[in-house]
Design a protein. Sequence first.
Length: 210
Amino acid sequence: MDIVILLGAPGSGKGTIAARLASEDAKLKHVSSGDLLRGAVAKGTPAGLEAKGYMEKGQLVPDALIATMIGDVIAETKGDVTMLLDGFPRNVAQAEVLERAGAPIRSVVLVDVPDAVIADRIAGRRTCPKCKAGYHVKALPPKVEGICDKCGAELVIRKDDNPETVKDRLVVYHRETEPLVAFYEAKGLLRRIDGDQGPERNAAAFREAM
């Protein structure tokens, strides 16, 4: 078992790429930090129960605790499997925690997309408040404008997706991730791909970079 870390700004499509590849190849396992937290809480693991306490108070889960959860997933992942780790680490401190946990990292793939393209992508996102289905006004429009295909509810724009919030999220991303990119580049692990080639080419470029 080894790990490929995915880096990329919110809206870069890294999660979509990882989920697609994992659905096509049984040897690939997509693990997002959000799924990791929810899974540990649902299973009632010691780390999950501890994380639940932070989450219920609206506090950030400590880096070391998330690393423990990743360690649990690594321990239960057997055989010739590559874990596509999405959403962790987000900064150098988290990368050092992951390193101390002895995670077997094969490579780190940066999905590189210009900020202007990301802003346009996120601005087009629409979400169903009832069934949580996701859409995009250009890439994945609903059959009826503004209406969910699945349940008929009126689609909304999440607070995280409004232009000012997106701008702030990108500033935070660059501030935290640029040192992380340099950290992995110095170790010879970093691979860069152009994330603005379309779904098919993005997935192919990611697979090649792994």
